[in-house]
Every structure is written in C-alpha cells, then in structure tokens.
Design a protein around this ligand. Sequence first.
Ligand SMILES: [Fe+2]
Length: 385
Amino acid sequence: MNFSYHLPTKILFGFGSLQGLGEEVEGLGAKKALLVTDKVMEKTGIVTKVSARLDGLSYDIFDDVEPEPRLEVADGVAQKVRNAPYDLVLGVGGGSSLDMAKLAAGLATNEGEARRFVGSGLLRRKALPTIMLPTTAGTGAELTVTSMVTVEGHKRWINSPVLLPTVALVDPELSVTMPQSVTAATGLDALCHNTEAYLSAAANVITDSAALEGVRLIVENLEKAFTNGSDRPAREAMSLGALLGGIALAARMVYGHSVGYTVATRFNLPHGVSCGIPLPYIISNYALACASKMKRLAEAYGVDGGEDPVALGVAIGEKVRRLVSKLRVPTTLKELGVKESDLSTLADECIKLYHRPNSPVVFDEKSMAHFYRMMWNGELAPGRE
Ligand SMILES: [Fe+2]
C-alpha cells in the first residue's frame, strides 16, 4: 500500500475557466511571456481568445510547433526563449504544443542542445513557470514530467520533474471546435492513458482512482463528442477524462504506447490513433497478469462479463474494438497496412527502444512477436499458458 505521489501543478477546470488566466499570470508576477503554439491555433482564433485574457501582459508568440515535433523544433523554441528575458511560458494547443512549451521553459534555464537532455532526469535546473492551456481532450501533457520529441524517425522522451507545469488551465470551451478526427485520436489517447496506467505495476490508489473514473467518463462520452462536437456536456466529460488520464500517467504506460510508437512514424499516424489500435489487445493480454484488477476495469468500461479475468479482458477488448471502429480507426495492424514480413522487426524495436520495466506482462522477443501477430490478425483471446 506504500506509495508516493507528487503533483505540484495547480489545476483550474471547467467551462469559462479561461477567465481566470489573468489572475494566474498576476499571481506568478510575470512581466514577459512566450506563448508556444502552432499555426492552426492562430487560424482558429484560439490564440486571440487566450491573449485577450492576458490583461496587457507583454508577450511573444512561437508558432512553429509541428505535429510529433522533431529535435529541431525543440532547439528552435530554445533559441527563442533564450533570446529575451521571459519569465513565463504559455502552452496553447494539443500535446505537441504543450510539450514544446514545457521544454522551452526547461531549456531557458538549462544550457545546451535539446539532444543532450533526451532521457530521464537530465534537465536539472528549475524551469521557468508555465501555464498550460490544452485545446484537445487527450494528451494529459498539462500534468506530466514528459516532453516527447522525434529523433531520427523514432519517438523519444525528455523526462524531468522540472517539466511539471505550474498551472494547468483546462477550459473545455477551447476543445469545442476540435475537428472530428482530432477528437477521435486524442480521446483514444486519453483512454489509453487511463487504461495502461491502471494496468501498470507502478499504479497506486491515487492513479487507480483517477484512471477508473477517467475510463468511465471517456467510454460514456467519446462517441458523443465525436458525433456531435458541440455536445457541451460530452466535451466537458472528455476534458475531465483526459485530465484524470494526466493524473494517472504518473503510474507510467505499459506496452500499448510502445506498440504505438513503433507504427506512428512509419504510417504517419496521430499519436492517439497509434496507441488506440493496440489497446483492445493490451487489455485482453494483460488480463491474467492483472487478474485481481479486471473486475473494476470491466465496471468502468460498462462491461458485464462475470468473474473470469481472461473472459473479462476479452469482453472489454471487444468493446474497445467496437469503439475504435466507430471512430473510423483501423482495428488491426493488417487493416492499418503493416506487412506480415515486418512484424518481427516491429516487435524487436518495441522491446529494444520502448522497454517498460513497469509492465506486469514481461515480453521476450518470441512473445512480443506473437503479440504483434495477434494484433495483426485481430485475435483478442490470449490463450492460457
Ligand atoms: Fe499518449
């Protein structure tokens, strides 16, 4: 039962919470801010909406964030933030913009190229204060120690406690105009965060409580938000589900995200799509190793499937696969376009590059190759060993 949980981030949640931005800026005593975002956010008018709430604070904009940002983008934002006396960084957008904003705040006080800090705990000096304003309901980046970067075609992470944002301001209003495909991808990402964190061996009572409620909210509302983007209660529930996923992320991800990384860059997939495809198979294959947890997970997923953990895992997996299909996302690796001859290469890469010491299922090369084949064929039943 022993655990530790550290979350110094102040959370402001709800429709209209953007109105509180000026007060947060004032509370931090900021004089000059750097607002990190992408060009889409400028076009949709969200940047104008946010800057109107800065109450006259002097600010500059860095809008060169790209999806799945490369190291070059991280170095670009570092150069920008080091060139003027900024004392606050704002992140506005999806996970990529928030990750680059966090990294800008860290690189402002830690000298050197972004490449030097790839890994865990290498950013050591305290970062600039940050305020994160997510415009999607998915990544949970507003509450994590991680910034993802793409290095030579592979996804890598820069992890450091100094990257934890100062304020997470989650106003579902900012997510209402999200296009359907982004709603699907980011919603699946949030479902993966809650589910994988719950299945992680590093889970604790706080991450489990957040994860189960996050799953429930997302399962009940993702399709509604996808079908009708202006369904405000569904948008609010999705924002909350994603926020809870951010809290749960402290338990770290298992191999669903790893599989996602192996296909994301090859097929140019949004992050949430790449980890949504393996999710049904992760649940059914972890059922035995997480036997005592499956009943509560099934309840959160709204699945009534008896007591047998493996049967529950398969039943939840089937429900997730139906949801994935309704969101117009492929449900197998074959449907995605993975070649059968590439399965063992992907499986090797998954273990070597994206190893998960906190996974209760331990994969070796053979069992990972078998798992990839199951995801390729669309087989949920793991079989008993
Ligand atoms: Fe994710």
